[in-house]
Ligand binder design. Structure first.
Ligand SMILES: [Zn+2]
Length: 480
């Protein structure tokens, strides 16, 4: 039987607001001493009341628009009640019935492993809602520690439709989603710091059927690799069951054990009734006006997919375009150089190949890259012919080592390209005298023989002669 894989994702992304969702505590808990960025509100002390952080709503609306969602004019918060030691209030403030936004879609592309070609895909977004994060538990031998610094951090939960058809598609979509949120400036989405986490649902069905079968939900996937591996693992298990005629009868929740590369049964899935959702009584419903959404839309940068199309139309490869989208340091320098010299290939060679290469070979990182102005100065010097391409590479390396500007290095090293006719002609005279055989061959019609003469000029000028101009002058001199 030919089976089709059906995958949907729930993505939690921490928002990068300065303060937490309902209180003034520092939202950046990374590296802070445990339980130091907390207050009575995020600790759920009796008598404390939550106040919605406007920046959370603004950033969530911004993300919703970037994901092509409709921002609902009315939405409200609900209490999701459950007991767990990392949840000091005993309930999470989430949006259950009326989410902030819905009906979006994300375009992504996935590389076909057989052809190596990039295939476009679309995944619809069912909803985006906002809720607060819980604290963190650290299990030790015989006891558990609680750190509530993260309690109250604003989260976006983004739920997709079951539109993804393979583990590879799921991770390609998740990577594009991450790019969109970073680009919209709403989440740092740092996977290493757990700022973006996935729950994935997977089921199979006979190809051609429309019906969905009970799914397996995989919890707590913290990297694209884990997401892809866990889905492949469950897909194999499900295929085996189906082929034995034992398709799953109920929904199951499993957890992914990264080290062992397998899943373990967590619990039977809770239903909404288990959480006893009810409208949050301490927070009034949200009304989001059209003008608020319009203001957010006007401030939104281009989508990564639009940026990518723009770079590809300049002649860059998809991989080069993705490097620019993912690394602001590279993008800023490429954009500035391209604007100044209108030579995309030269700009990408300098910014994407030479600069990272020299940084790495000198034990530096992208953070040590020469300033945008310095890089533009270098590119202009090459573009205008002040220095040739090879001298340009030397200058760039020296810029990285000495942190001096391109013009300072060119001046100090006397690297300016020689294109003054009198000087070039003096070199040419010497070169012609030194290459009688080549000149004779040239006169017999072997144009290529001139290469040796140009080579001598380059040697005499210590590589600084403008080779194209030397060629032109030589032809003029020898033919007339
Ligand atoms: Zn607080």
């Amino acid at each position: 039987m030919e089976l089709e894989t059906i995958i949907g994702l729930e993505v939690h992304a921490q928002m990068n607001t300065k303060s937490k969702m309902f209180c003034g505590c520092n939202n950046d808990a990374w590296g802070k001493e445990a339980n130091t960025t907390v207050c009575p509100v995020c600790m759920g002390h009796p008598g404390s009341l939550p106040v919605v952080n406007k920046a959370v709503i603004e950033k969530a609306v911004r993300s919703s628009v970037a994901l092509g969602c409709v921002v609902n004019e009315k939405s409200h918060f609900d209490r999701k009640n459950y007991f767990y030691p990392d949840l000091p209030t005993g309930y999470q403030i989430s949006q259950y019935k009326d989410p902030l936004a819905s009906h979006g879609s994300v375009k992504f592309s996935v590389t076909d492993p057989k052809t190596n070609l990039s295939v476009p895909g679309v995944c619809r977004i069912h909803r985006l809602h906002i809720e607060n994060d819980a604290g963190k538990l650290m299990h030790r031998t015989g006891y558990t520690l609680c750190d509530y610094n993260r309690a109250g951090t604003p989260l976006m939960e983004i739920v997709t439709e079951p539109d993804l058809r393979s583990a590879r598609e799921a991770s390609a979509f998740a990577e594009e989603l991450r790019r969109i949120l970073i680009n919209a400036g709403t989440s740092e989405a740092d996977m290493y710091k757990g700022m973006m986490r996935f729950d994935a649902s997977i089921s199979l069905r006979p190809k051609g059927e429309e019906k969905l079968y009970p799914r397996i939900e995989i919890k707590n996937l913290n990297s694209f690799k884990a997401l892809e591996k866990a889905l492949l693992y469950q897909e194999t298990m499900l295929k085996k069951l189906w082929n034995e005629g034992k398709q799953p009868t109920g929904e199951t929740t499993v957890g992914w054990i990264d080290d062992e590369e397998k899943t373990v049964l967590l619990r039977d899935k809770e239903s909404a009734a288990d959480y006893r959702y009810f409208p949050e009584p301490d927070i009034p419903p949200l009304h989001i006006s059209e003008s608020f959404v319009a203001a957010v839309v006007s401030g939104l940068a281009k989508l990564p997919s639009e940026m990518k199309a723009g770079y590809v139309s300049l002649g860059l490869t998809e991989a080069e375009a993705e490097m620019l989208i993912d690394q602001e340091v590279l993008r800023e320098r490429f954009d500035a150089i391209e604007k100044a010299i209108r030579e995309p290939k030269r700009a990408s060679s300098i910014v994407l190949t030479q600069m990272p290469g020299f940084l790495t070979s000198h034990g530096k990182t992208l953070a040590d890259a020469p300033s945008i102005a310095n890089m533009v100065e270098l590119a202009k010097a090459i573009h205008s012919g002040t220095i040739n391409v090879n001298a340009g590479k030397d200058v760039l390396e020296k810029m990285i080592v000495s942190e001096k500007s391109a013009s300072t290095i060119i001046k100090e090293e006397g690297m300016g390209q020689v294109n003054d006719e009198t000087t070039l002609k003096a070199f040419m005279k010497e070169a012609i005298a030194a290459n009688p055989k080549a000149i004779a061959s040239f006169r017999e019609g072997k144009t290529a023989a001139l290469g040796a003469v140009v080579g001598t000029v380059m040697k005499l000028s210590k590589g600084q002669a403008d080779a194209a101009k030397v060629n032109e002058l030589l032809l003029k001199e020898l033919i007339t």
